[in-house]
Design a protein around this ligand. Structure first.
Ligand code: PGA
Ligand code: ZN
Length: 398
């Protein structure tokens, strides 16, 4: 395959006009691959470090441009390992996870173009050599009601998710559109104000008889409303929750553990992400797992940070049975594939997820299809950053 000729990064605008980087890798024939790097607001402690965009641009254009000159872009593992070794820190502190990932993913796009195949086919070829990826199209975890650090309302939990119980992409979209509309109407009848969160979901205040609710009362009221909408319209959906417990200041594990169990009993909640903070004792995760894992997926995000080495601590421990995959958490495509492979080998469900602070790059849709992810988490049907990924899924399906 043609060799890498130049690596060039530049600053671009991402979510709400914040600066991030776009990396373009060009080969000796003039073909190019690119990637615009997202970042998070609700981060795990062991994520790859994000260096300031100016510095990341310089690192890409100088150090990494020299380091990878003449490499084969199809040889993903060699490229990624070369950058990992040259950086030589566990959290990619020297070059930055954003600089390294920008190159890593741009190379995979270039390799697909060199072969004249679709990106999802190229990514599928990489992972298919290692794991079986049979399975239907991913299902959506749709962020309908936002709270926590992604909103300015009185909800502590970050994402209240709607999960259609069908696999057809078009049917999922129809159900989610109708559900959202019905929910907005219903929220209005309850006197709940209209506001929106980071990912385009509804983020008003939760009240009862005009009085603002707090803590678990507010959370429970959200699920009561969602369930009223579900049953009145006979929508084939389940519910999910990303608590993002790392960000909740007064978090009492025993009280929240009981609350999750009650909610999973009262409502069809089949998904629970980061129900405890990553530093919380394993015993809480295990206790909750024992109580709800037959009905509800126990999902690690900040806990596992897409990092195969972090995952090792939770395998066979009956704490989680599903994992969020965000390539920027770990910083290379190869390590992302290792995390997916490890999850599948241990029968954990795989969720390909965007960040709250996204760009309009649609790479994640190809990744989700290629690895036959169980779910995708791409936010609401709003904002170009979210729509780009949904539209790419549609394009691939068609
Ligand atoms: P972030 O949050 O992208 O703001 O880090 C998303 C999540 O917690 O799933
Ligand atoms: Zn999360």
């Amino acid at each position: 395959m043609p060799q890498i000729q130049t690596i060039a990064a530049e600053k671009v605008l991402g979510f709400r006009g914040q600066e991030t980087i776009e990396v373009t890798v060009t080969d000796e024939c003039g073909l190019a691959g690119e990637f615009r790097v997202p970042f998070g607001k609700s981060e795990g402690m062991f994520e790859a470090m994000y260096v300031a965009p100016d510095q990341a641009v310089k690192i890409c254009n100088e150090t990494l441009n020299q380091l990878l000159h003449g490499f084969d872009p199809e040889n993903q593992r060699v490229l990624d390992n070369t950058m990992i070794q040259a950086d030589a820190t566990p959290q990619k502190k020297n070059f930055g996870g954003n600089a390294i990932l920008g190159i890593s993913i741009a190379c995979s796009r270039l390799a697909a173009r060199e072969q004249g195949i679709a990106l999802y086919q190229h990514l599928g070829n990489i992972i298919n050599k290692r794991v079986s990826t049979h399975g239907p199209f991913p299902r959506m975890l749709y962020n309908l009601v936002e709270g926590g650090v992604h909103a300015q309302n009185n909800l502590a939990f970050q994402e209240h998710l709607i999960i259609p119980k069908v696999n057809s992409l078009n049917q999922q979209i129809e159900i989610l559109k109708s559900f959202s509309q019905a929910f907005m109407q219903y929220a209005k009848t309850l006197g709940w104000n209209k506001a929106y969160g980071y990912e385009g979901g509804w983020a008003g205040n939760i009240t009862k008889d005009g009085v603002i609710l707090f803590g678990q009362d507010a959370e429970y009221a959200v699920f009561e409303a969602l369930d009223a909408v579900r049953t009145q319209n006979d929508f084939p959906v389940d519910f999910g929750l990303d608590v993002a417990a790392n960000n909740i200041a007064k978090f009492e594990p025993s009280s929240y553990c009981d609350f999750y169990v009650k909610c999973a009993k009262d409502f069809p909640i089949t998904y629970l992400e980061d129900g405890f903070a990553e530093q919380e004792q394993d015993e809480w995760w295990k206790m909750l797992y024992g109580k709800i894992h037959h009905t509800t997926l126990m999902v690690g995000d900040d806990l596992t940070v897409t990092n195969p080495r972090k995952m090792d601590a939770y395998i066979g421990k009956n704490m989680i049975n599903a994992i969020i995959i965000k390539p920027d958490q770990v910083g290379t495509l190869s390590e992302t594939f290792d995390a997916i492979e490890k999850a599948k080998q241990n029968n954990w469900r795989v969720i390909i997820s965007h960040r709250s602070q996204e760009t309009t790059d649609d790479y994640l849709a190809d990744l989700a299809v290629a690895v036959k992810a169980d779910f995708v988490k791409f936010g609401a049907f709003a904002q170009g950053e979210r729509l780009a990924k949904y539209n790419r899924l549609l394009e691939i399906e068609q």
